[in-house]
Write a protein that binds this ligand. Structure first.
Ligand code: URA
Length: 221
């Protein structure tokens, strides 16, 4: 398994036995849609917690009091200071996972269509909440392939006044191409991923990857 930091110094690859087990279910071709949904939702909940813990306004070493005495810890920003952005459609699966653990977070939608022949992205729709420029932003896309959709979404966020250093990009499977693209074009965006795969095939799908995340989750294939 490759390390994210060799391609992007601001990327973290999560590592645990639970994530490996859930990812194996997602990758396996024979996994039913129902089992895929269950594994994806469980994995996305873990990923959501890790993304929130990376937000810029997290307080580290904050003094707190337990019932038995003082200590220090890490405190997440209030839900209302967080906006979760869905790169439609599979980003919405991860967006819902973040909203489960951070129910008061604001939401945004950015629809980027990837041409099936050329894999080039085009922007079809965006809707962002007011004041997003001052918020902690979690940008959600389970698959980081070429980085084209992520860069287009970041362009929309930048236009709305969001600075890259306020964005955490939450991702299930990445690859060197996408990680390098973000390192060169958006080096201040933090990335949290569960896997760094070998590369892309001719259709710009991640290999070994898991196929089309949205199609397998929604059963549209
Ligand atoms: N989107 C997917 O769902 N899978 C890939 O491998 C690449 C992009």
């Amino acid at each position: 398994m490759e390390h994210a930091k060799q391609y992007n110094k601001n990327a973290i690859r999560l590592e645990s036995r639970a994530l490996r087990m859930l990812l194996t279910t997602l990758r396996a071709k024979g996994t039913t849609q129902q089992a895929f949904v269950a594994a994806a939702d469980r994995l996305c909940s873990i990923l959501a917690e890790e993304a929130l813990a990376l937000l810029p306004d997290v307080l580290d070493n904050a003094p707190i009091m337990t019932p038995c005495g003082p200590t220090t810890g890490m405190i997440c920003p209030p839900d209302g200071d967080v906006v979760v952005v869905d790169i439609v459609r599979s980003g919405g699966i991860l967006q819902e996972a973040v909203r489960r653990v951070c129910p008061g977070a604001g939401t945004a939608k950015i629809l980027v269509q990837r041409d099936e022949e050329t894999a080039l992205p085009s922007l079809l729709y965006s809707k962002l909440p007011p004041g997003i420029g001052e918020k902690n932003v979690v940008l959600c896309d389970p698959m980081l392939a070429t980085g084209g959709s992520a860069m287009m979404a970041l362009g929309v966020l930048r236009q709305a006044g969001v600075r890259d250093e306020r964005v955490v990009f939450a991702n299930v499977v990445s690859c060197p191409e996408g990680l390098r693209r973000l390192a060169s074009e958006a080096p201040d965006v933090k990335i949290v991923t569960c896997a760094v795969d070998a590369g892309l095939n001719d259709q710009k799908f991640i290999v070994p990857g898991l196929g089309d995340f949205g199609d397998r989750y929604f059963g549209t294939f």
